[in-house]
Design a protein around this ligand. Sequence first.
Ligand code: SF4
Length: 65
Amino acid sequence: MAKIIADLNACQGYANCVVAADDVFDIDDDGKVVLLKIEVPENDRARVEEAARSCPVSALKVVDG
Ligand code: SF4
């Protein structure tokens, strides 16, 4: 199972990740990403990695858990 790591210092609230996968990412009132889930099943990993790559400031990483 892979895990998502978000760098809240880097996140600028562009919401590309939310557009790409709104069941995984949300934005809070401070304009920072919120992870709706931390763990990513292998069969969903490619989709979540693509959403992470859409972040313009590379604030999201999918790592082996
Ligand atoms: S795409 Fe990146 S900068 Fe934008 S909300 Fe998501 S994590 Fe933050």
